[in-house]
Design a protein around this ligand. Structure first.
Ligand code: SF4
Ligand code: SF4
Length: 203
């Protein structure tokens, strides 16, 4: 876990806090640092940043750290932190907001592959209303190719093929083109979100 001292920045704290509260819908001001969220986060230790720490970064205006940490990319959106929080702060939504802000600011993600995975997954959902494995894998490997060429694609396929085979065996992965009934509703949600953040077209 990160033990470096956080510093208050009057210049950035108000603007950062307001933007994160507005976009995530979470009242970060009510956090009293009890760390109940940290105790249950499955990726806090390996990310070096726990949910309470992330909230603190935003409150203090540590924008660079808030947009550049492993937690925002490794968060599983399991909502354990929010379930445990006595003030009902959903850090998963804060993570998602900060991840989006980092993408909009063109900040190189700490784990490029996770960033590619995230973009491809969301893009696939925006097309079919749910993730389609075939399209998602194609989009993901195209991203890999753009970043690391054919070598990156080959290495990725090699390292994930075992997992893929095991998922196929357990019927956890299939290649049918499933569409949801409420596809138009999902599309309109994506459009609303894009309009709201003023970044049309970015999933
Ligand atoms: S559980 Fe809630 S109040 Fe406690 S540190 Fe985490 S976010 Fe803050
Ligand atoms: S939602 Fe994210 S931040 Fe919260 S406990 Fe789960 S992995 Fe940790």
């Amino acid at each position: 876990m990160s033990t470096s001292t956080l510093k208050y920045s009057a210049e950035t704290s108000n603007a950062l806090l307001k933007e994160v509260m507005d976009r995530s819908g979470q009242n970060l001001m009510s956090c009293y640092q009890c760390r109940r969220c940290a105790a249950g986060c499955p990726v806090g230790d390996e990310s070096g940043v726990t949910p309470d720490r992330l909230v603190r970064m935003v409150l203090l205006g540590e924008k660079d750290n808030a947009l550049n940490n492993l937690l925002i990319w490794k968060c599983l959106a399991c909502y354990t932190c929010g379930t445990r929080c006595p003030n009902n702060i959903q850090t998963a939504r804060i993570n998602e907001t900060l991840k989006q802000m980092a993408k909009e600011a063109h900040i190189e993600p700490n784990i490029p592959r996770v960033a590619s995975f995230h973009s491809s997954f969301v893009k696939s959902i925006s097309h079919f209303g749910r993730s389609n494995e075939l399209e998602f894998m194609a989009l993901y490997e195209i991203e890999n190719y753009k970043k690391g060429g054919l070598t990156a694609v080959k290495e990725d396929i090699k390292s994930t093929s075992k997992l893929g085979r095991s998922m196929l065996k357990k019927k956890r992965m299939h290649f049918k083109l499933d569409r949801t009934k409420g596809k138009s509703e999902i599309k309109s949600l994506f459009k609303k979100a894009a309009d709201k953040r003023g970044a049309k077209g970015q999933p």
